[in-house]
Design a protein around this ligand. Structure first.
Ligand SMILES: NC(=O)C1=CN([C@@H]2O[C@H](COP(=O)(O)OP(=O)(O)OC[C@H]3O[C@@H](n4cnc5c(N)ncnc54)[C@H](OP(=O)(O)O)[C@@H]3O)[C@@H](O)[C@H]2O)C=CC1
Ligand SMILES: O=C(O)C1=N[C@H](C(=O)O)C[C@H](O)C1
Length: 268
């Protein structure tokens, strides 16, 4: 069976890497592509490939008028929730790469996916090594109660924390033991400098830095008396690391009903 894929954000940094990769898979075919600025153009030519006959649509609604199986979204934080809900309503499975969503948004997406009997896979980071960082950090959190997260990204990134840091902090908050740090509410000075608590219960403090020259790095820092552990992931400057994980999600999403968060759920 050929999986028919609609790529929202086809002309973006990640979309440009995914369009040729989807076309190269024997079991997948591009069925639609979305970008406002390139609407009406051939999506293959746009990414430096031979023409593929798939014309770019100006909106997701237009792209979903043609039959397809899976929406892949790498667009913008303010669009992704509406895109996901629209695709679910139209009976499509969804793979979410776009950052910016939190636990409440994902709760709504999960409910809609269950009601429409489709699957959604969302990962803050579809790279294998970023996924391993999350897995190792979750292992460490079983043994070390004190953990905080630092999220490094470029000055122009529109969302904070990053999808990578947010998914990590929410997952850590679910398993962490009580912190020994002085509660932020009891800190004098400028308490905001202690970061923001992300996730359930006491949450995990996340500190987001936004500076020119950074791409995206994420650190989980663990402390015990007289020793510490740092688990860090650094993304490079190309979108190549996200391709394999996204293709895996496209292949597996039809097996799911409702939402699964994190590429780690598909590994093993
Ligand atoms: N989960 C993961 O592993 C990763 C997640 N990301 C996240 O993915 C998202 C996308 O990243 P990136 O590829 O760098 O983004 P870009 O800014 O490079 O690309 C955004 C894409 O979305 C399209 N777009 C923007 N606005 C609209 C709109 N209103 N309707 C339809 N399409 C629109 C743009 O085309 P146009 O402007 O022409 O409409 C473009 O094709 C970000 O949130 C990023 O943080 C990034 C890398 C990995
Ligand atoms: O905005 C980016 O560039 C990236 N965003 C993702 C995130 O928000 O975690 C991850 C990716 O490494 C790059």
């Amino acid at each position: 069976m050929t999986i028919r894929v609609v790529m929202a954000g086809a002309t973006g940094w990640v979309g440009k890497a995914l369009v040729p990769a989807i076309g190269a898979q024997g079991d997948m075919a591009l069925a639609g592509a979305v970008s406002r600025s390139s609407a009406g153009q051939d999506s293959g030519l746009l990414v430096g490939m031979p023409a593929n006959g798939i014309t770019v649509s100006a909106s997701l609604a237009e792209a979903l008028e043609v039959p397809s199986d899976v929406l892949v979204d790498y667009t913008k934080p303010h669009l992704v929730k509406d895109h996901a809900l629209l695709a679910i309503e139209k009976g499509r499975h969804v793979v979410i790469g776009t950052s910016g969503l939190g636990a409440t948004d994902f709760g709504e997406i999960d409910a809609a996916a269950r009601a429409n009997r489709v699957g959604v896979i969302a990962a803050g980071n579809f790279s294998i090594t970023a996924t391993l960082m999350k897995r190792f950090a979750l292992m460490a959190a079983k043994y070390v109660p004190d953990v905080e997260v630092i999220d490094y990204a470029g000055a122009k990134k529109p969302d904070a924390p990053s999808g990578t840091a947010r998914e990590l902090a929410e997952a850590l908050a679910d398993v962490r033991k009580a912190s020994t740090a002085r509660p932020v509410s009891e800190v004098s000075g400028v308490p905001g400098t202690r970061g923001a608590a992300v996730g359930s219960g006491e949450g995990v403090q996340v500190h987001a830095l936004r500076l020119p020259s950074y791409i995206l790095s994420c650190e989980a820092l663990f402390g015990l008396p007289d020793e510490r552990l740092t688990i860090r992931h650094d993304a490079g400057s190309s979108a190549a690391p996200y391709v394999a994980g996204t293709l895996l999600a496209i292949r597996r999403v039809h097996e799911i009903t409702g939402l699964v968060r994190g590429l780690d759920a598909l590994m093993d």
